[in-house]
Every structure is written in C-alpha cells, then in structure tokens.
Design a protein around this ligand. Structure first.
Ligand SMILES: Nc1ncnc2c1ncn2[C@@H]1O[C@H](COP(=O)(O)OP(=O)(O)OP(=O)(O)O)[C@@H](O)[C@H]1O
Ligand SMILES: [Mg+2]
Length: 228
C-alpha cells in the first residue's frame, strides 16, 4: 500500500490521491495486462512514449510506477525526458542530480542519483539538469552499461520519454530495454502519428508490449484508460 504523502501532486498522481478511483482500477488492469504480455520473459525495463507531445506519457509513467510499486515490485521511475522533464515536479523532488548527471559523471554511482518517492517500493531518478545533447547521452555506452546495473537493483525500471515522432530519444532507449508502451490520446493522436511511431519502434527493433488509450469522457472531467 502507498504511504500517505500529502506533498504529492494531486493532479497527475491519481493512484496516490485516490487509490480506489475508477482510473486507479484501470491502471491496475493495465498492470495485469503488462504482466500477462510478458509471461515468458520477465519484463525488467520499459519505455513509455507516444507519437506526439502532451499525450499523457508522463501521467501514465508516474501512475503506472505507483501501481507496480503497490503490487510489491521494487520500482525505479526514471525521467528520461531530458528535454521537458516533469517527474521532479510531480513528486516534488529536487532535480540537481538525476539521469543527466549520472551519465555525465562517469565516476559516480547510480545510488547518488536516486531519491525516495514517498511511496513504498518506488524510487525516483529525476532528469537532472537539462543537457545540451540528450540523444547523445542516451546513446552513450555509459547508458547501455547502466541498464543492467539498475535492473540488478530493481524489479522494474520505467523510463518516461519524449515523443517518439519528434525526437529519437525514445527509439534509442526502446532498443536497450525489454518493452515499450505506446500512449494514444483521444482526439490528439493522429492515425499517421501512430503508424509512424510503430514504424520507428520496428526500425529500432523494439518490443511493443501494448498500446494504452488515454481518453477523456465527453462532458465529464473523468479520464479513462484502455489497454490493447
Ligand atoms: N486523460 C486525460 N484527461 C485530461 N488531462 C490529461 C489526461 N492525460 C493527461 N492529461 C493532462 O495533459 C497534460 C499532458 O500530460 P502529460 O504531461 O502526461 O503528457 P506527456 O505526453 O508526458 O507530455 P510531453 O510530450 O510534454 O512530455 C497534463 O497537464 C496532464 O495532467
Ligand atoms: Mg512528458
């Protein structure tokens, strides 16, 4: 169970603010579907992306990280959106250190760049200061070497990424991780955008584990999610 933490952002962390809500229940269903999608091979690292901006990647990453942590898995949420990071803000954490400083400082240990979230079993690696060359950092040998180090320490690593149709960052990490989850936002994601995203993932040899439909009910502020 999540510890009560009133400092968490109430807007995007619905799973913490209201674990019994319909959306939290839908996120738990998505968690089950992801578990079923990887019965043969333990899914230890996953990328969450979408074709374009503002489709709900960060909301999905943070809430999915919470529900996986609630199930007893030791989860690390990594803000790998080194262009428009949001995880530090969502969890109200400082961001002097994080993924960018861990990659850049080759002598540092990953422990020094990880913080506790306030949610049991959930650790956070914020983005760190925004670097001038995000793709280069993610493409580095140092990043490749870090993934097995992190999966040795955690049961599941979730990488929140920039949109795959706009920059190559998500493609780069999709190739280095076990699975990719694509977020589709109602009335926002275009068919061409989705086709392009799928093509880019195939080109990267990524393993697409599922597509999450992020919808807004008409005339109602409630969100809903659907996994396929
Ligand atoms: N289903 C939804 N209904 C209403 N608002 C939503 C929904 N999903 C996300 N939002 C809101 O939309 C905005 C963008 O969401 P979020 O930051 O998760 O998207 P993103 O894909 O990570 O964006 P970016 O491409 O900028 O990284 C946020 O303000 C979030 O609270
Ligand atoms: Mg985002």
């Amino acid at each position: 169970m999540a510890k009560k933490n009133n400092n968490l952002s109430p807007v995007s962390l619905v799973t913490v603010a209201n674990a019994n809500s319909v959306i939290s229940e839908q996120l738990r269903a998505i968690r089950s579907n992801i578990n079923f999608s990887s019965v043969d091979k333990d899914l230890q690292s996953m990328v969450i992306t979408s074709s374009g901006a503002g489709e709900g990647k960060s909301t999905m990453s943070a809430n999915l990280a919470v529900v996986f942590a609630n199930s007893g898995k030791r989860v690390l949420l990594v803000d790998a959106d080194l262009r428009k990071p949001t995880v530090a803000l969502t969890f109200r954490l400082p961001n002097h250190r994080g993924l960018s400083t861990l990659i850049a400082d080759r002598n540092s240990q990953f422990d020094d760049h990880i913080q506790e979230s306030g949610v049991e079993n959930l650790s956070i690696m914020t983005s760190g200061p925004i670097p001038p060359n995000p793709s280069e950092l993610l493409q580095s040998q140092r990043m490749t070497d870090l993934i097995p180090e992190l999966t040795a320490q955690f049961d599941l690593i979730i990488f929140d990424m920039p949109p795959i149709g706009v920059v190559t960052d998500a493609q780069i990490l999709a190739a280095k991780t076990d699975g990719t989850l694509l977020v589709v936002r109602e009335r926002k994601t275009t068919k061409q955008g989705l086709i392009k995203a799928k093509k880019l993932l195939t080109l990267a040899n990524a393993h697409l584990i599922g597509v999450v439909y992020n919808g807004v009910k008409k005339g109602n502020a409630d969100n809903y999610y659907y996994y396929a």
